[in-house]
Design a protein around this ligand. Structure first.
Ligand code: SF4
Length: 71
């Protein structure tokens, strides 16, 4: 499973970092999302889902190994 971000949608709100600082950061220059761990294992799935739920702009999602959106 992978985390995919679309920085063109990110508004730098930072909720992803607040919910899952182990998986996300914000760029020092523009404040946009930086995915720290793209390939996640089962132990990180709930943290990743919490971040996806919290993002106000739909800038992050989870995809399977075929690139299909799963969350
Ligand atoms: S929560 Fe969404 S909009 Fe906010 S920084 Fe993270 S990806 Fe960007």
């Amino acid at each position: 499973m992978k985390i995919v971000s679309d920085r063109s949608l990110c508004v730098g709100a930072g909720q992803c970092v607040m919910f899952s600082p182990n998986l996300f950061a914000q760029d020092d220059d523009d404040g946009l999302v930086v995915v720290l761990v793209a390939d996640i294992d089962a132990s990180a799935v709930e943290d990743a889902k919490n971040a996806v739920r919290a993002c106000p702009s739909g800038a992050i999602k989870l995809v399977d190994d075929n690139g299909e959106e799963i969350f």
